[in-house]
Design a protein around this ligand. Sequence first.
Ligand code: GDP
Length: 444
Amino acid sequence: MFDALSGRLTGILDRLRRRGALSEADVAEALREVRVALLEADVALPVVRSFIEDVRAKAVGETVLRSVTPGQQVVKIVHDALVAMLGPPAPGIDLNAPAPVVILMLGLQGSGKTTSAGKIALRLRTKDRKRVLLASLDTQRPAAMEQLATLADRAGVMSLPIVPGQKPVEIARRALGEARQGGFDVLVLDTAGRLAIDEALMAEVAEVAAVARPHEKLLVVDAMTGQDAVTVARAFHEKVGVTGIVMTRMDGDARGGAALSMRAVTGAPIRLIGVGEKLDALEDFHPERVAGRILGMGDVVSLVEKAAATIEAEEAEKLAAKLQKGTFDLEDYRKQLAQITKMGSLQGLLGMLPGVAKVKAQLAEAKLDDRILKRQLAIIDSMTKAERRKPEIIKASRKRRIAAGAGVKVEDVNRLLKQFDDMTTMMKRMQKLGQKGLLRHGLF
Ligand code: GDP
């Protein structure tokens, strides 16, 4: 997701950043390119226009152009405008209402609505420790009801028993009664999807909403549908009101424009993103992080969180302390590598590292895969404890011994040491910048 856009924008902004002085014409030219890149990524035209105007107004002022680092500042302005376009951070799901809190799932057929209902149920059960009842109102497709019951099983939550022949509104009433009597904290109602927006669907949804009085009306849209997603969102929002958007298939290679313009066009914030078919493939949407990722500034926070979720919490704390004290050594690096192999796809993780959009493309060409990681692990494994603690003692003869032990060339050992060195330097830099508050903006 966002790969093409990210590559384009990083290229344009890199050129700006490298220049010493900037003129209004330089900025105008860069903005023309940014405009094309956004349009090609499928961002809605009015959204692109106001984005460019916003950036231009802020970027061509004296203070920016005359500053010591005009390029850097323009990049920051673009970053902030991107964050503004994506909207303020929204809570994943708002449960701030008397139980049972009703969540109504809306969307077209195939958007990932039922799957998202299951994902939300799992999340509410495990993260928020809520008792969840799932109910399908899809009377059009009995298979959909069964699908939801199966998902409920997998998510470890209850689903409303299926009673054939009931209308959606009747099911909604029954579900509410069941949720109240059964002492459930949350009731998730999955409505029927249609292939396209139609009046009957909207009328049905409005009727259900009147009965169920949902606290959250979450619209599920497929990021792959591009501009259509925006049209669908607008229609639902006008007819029934939407409190938030769940964007699915963010793991795919959609150009991402729909996600970028959703907030500006509908006014409803993106709350959650679906990043895979599995039930735990649901994430919060963080405008700051997404903007950082698009601009190739990486998403260190997500990376650390992802790592922390996989690494034992205690282990993560130890690592963080070592990073802070600057005592991070090859032993720790080895642990990290081992964790990364556990965490799964290297490509996915790479997208979260700073400045990596370009590198990622090159690596993809070089067919970088987990074998490289395994090789690195083997190299560290053939070092002595002392060498891992103090990599600087590894001189030529030690390198030859380590290479032989791991069955690799001396260059491979050199590469690993260089990489480790770069990484510790980057961490030190990040930490310094972090203290100045720049890390928050992703400007490192
Ligand atoms: P519904 O008709 O809107 O209820 O759609 P479903 O929930 O049945 O989803 C349709 C298909 O999309 C299923 O094969 C899901 O596994 C898949 N799907 C749903 N969400 C995601 C996602 O975030 N990423 C990916 N890759 N697939 C998804």
